[in-house]
Design a protein around this ligand. Structure first.
Ligand SMILES: *[C@@H]1O[C@H](CO)[C@@H](O)[C@H](O)[C@H]1NC(C)=O
Ligand SMILES: *[C@@H]1O[C@H](CO)[C@@H](O)[C@H](O)[C@H]1NC(C)=O
Length: 406
């Protein structure tokens, strides 16, 4: 294996492959978007659906939904049988499953990641999703296209979507579900939902189905890459939601190098312009300083580089911060994704330590200089050292021993 093959790369490939296999297994050579339900839909049902969308569900569909929900309820209860509930730890009183389940009037443990494109959020998202009985809302704002959401007019709508999802209220989320109908990837990172959508395409876009399924899960996680922190902080202000939020930060040189290779990125200035990316990092910093004071136990910042250099330590801390038991399933995930299958001790582990720093060899000094020009303040705030010349760039340690100062 090439020394350069990063362990994050491997994870992405692994996830992609798994999703690809799922697609393939179920839909063969047909395009997913064109597949018709395999079970013929009764005339009456078809008409009702096309007219009233999901308002009037006739019996066969509600019956099917009821069956799926009952079965999932049972499975969750099995999956969490030996779970070590917080019971006062992490400042969370829940001592049994029902305390965390919306359909039983409980309050789930809600874990939010605020990040940006190509900043390690896939890895962090999967780490949280390795936790049992976790319902993963993976970037629901994908329907907003390639744009950062910094204020009006998009912010209000985006916040409403995000809150509705965290409350499992899909009544007003018709637009989100319609988007997913065209781009099923929107659901692909939520294995519980995905499994049902594979088996029952005809109910996969019913609001009632989504609400009922979501309300069964004691743990809810969400990754956001479009919403800036100044907007996302509204989630922390909502005491009833009681979210815990982590801002994931990465060296802009690493972010921009990685984005260069995504074809969806370059035409969008929000994605490819160093000045815009770094202005967001500056604004995120200022908001983060405030939030750390205001919500010292519900808001946290982590740099992708620190996470990669010592994943065990940081993941254990993150789980604790979120109020999650560092379950063997989560440990296994980390182990299988940070250790080499062969070749002995930690060869990919070492690669994982190199992954965030590929830009050092992949970018020309000219490009680095250009980014640094737009990013001096952002880099100073977040503890990233500028490279002074081409030789220096390849050899230096770009990180300061960083602690966010209040
Ligand atoms: C525990 O939660 C309460 C209210 O939710 C909050 O005021 C307090 O600061 C929290 N304490 C710790 C140690 O997290
Ligand atoms: C590059 O920068 C380093 C560190 O400041 C310096 O020691 C070195 O002489 C420089 N090399 C060149 C070729 O300018």
């Amino acid at each position: 294996m090439s020394k350069r093959a990063s362990f994050y790369g491997l994870i992405s490939v692994g996830i992609f492959f798994a999703v690809y296999l799922i697609f393939n297994e179920n839909y063969g050579r047909h395009s997913m978007r064109k597949t018709e339900p395999t079970v013929p839909v009764p005339q009456q049902l078809e008409q009702k659906n096309s007219k009233a969308d999901t308002k009037d569900i006739v019996d066969p569909v509600s019956e099917l939904i009821d069956q799926i929900i009952s079965k999932q309820r049972r499975l969750i209860s099995e999956e969490t049988k030996d779970y070590s509930f917080p019971n006062g730890r992490y400042n969370i009183s829940a001592s049994k499953l029902e305390d965390l389940v919306i359909e039983k009037n409980g309050r789930p443990i809600r874990s939010v990641i605020v990040a940006t494109w190509r900043s390690g959020s896939t890895f962090l998202g999967e780490i949280l999703n390795a936790h049992p009985a976790n319902y993963y809302h993976c970037e629901p704002l994908i329907a907003f296209d390639i744009a950062r959401i910094r204020g009006p007019p998009l912010a209000k709508k985006a916040l409403k979507w995000v809150k509705d999802l965290l409350n499992c209220e899909y009544q007003d989320l018709g637009e989100y579900l319609s988007y997913a109908k065209k781009d099923l990837w929107a659901f692909a990172f939520n294995p519980y939902l995905w499994k049902q959508c594979e088996a029952h395409q005809d109910i996969c876009f019913y609001r009632e189905f989504h609400s009922s399924l979501c309300k069964l899960f004691p743990f809810q996680s969400m990754k956001l890459v479009r919403l800036r922190l100044q907007i996302a902080q509204e989630l922390l202000a909502d005491e009833k939601l009681a979210v815990r939020m982590v801002l994931l930060v990465r060296d802009p040189r690493g972010i921009l190098q990685s984005r260069k290779h995504r074809e969806w990125c370059p035409p969008n200035p929000d994605c490819s312009e160093p000045a815009l990316t770094c202005a967001d990092m500056v604004s995120d910093f200022k908001v983060a300083v405030k939030l750390l004071k205001k919500y010292p136990t519900r808001f946290k910042v982590i740099r992708y580089e620190d996470l990669s250099l010592d994943p065990y330590k940081h993941v254990a801390e993150l789980y604790k911060f979120y109020g999650l038991f560092f379950h063997p399933k989560a440990r296994n995930f980390l182990e299988s994704h940070t250790k080499a299958n062969k070749g002995g001790v930690s060869s990919t582990f070492r690669n994982s330590k190199a992954a965030p720093f590929h830009w050092k060899t992949q970018l020309e000094f000219k490009e680095v200089k250009e980014i640094q020009k737009s990013c001096a303040t952002a880099m100073e705030y977040w503890g990233y050292v500028p490279a002074v010349n081409a030789t220096h760039q390849k050899e230096f340690n770009p990180l300061t021993n960083y602690v966010l100062k209040l």
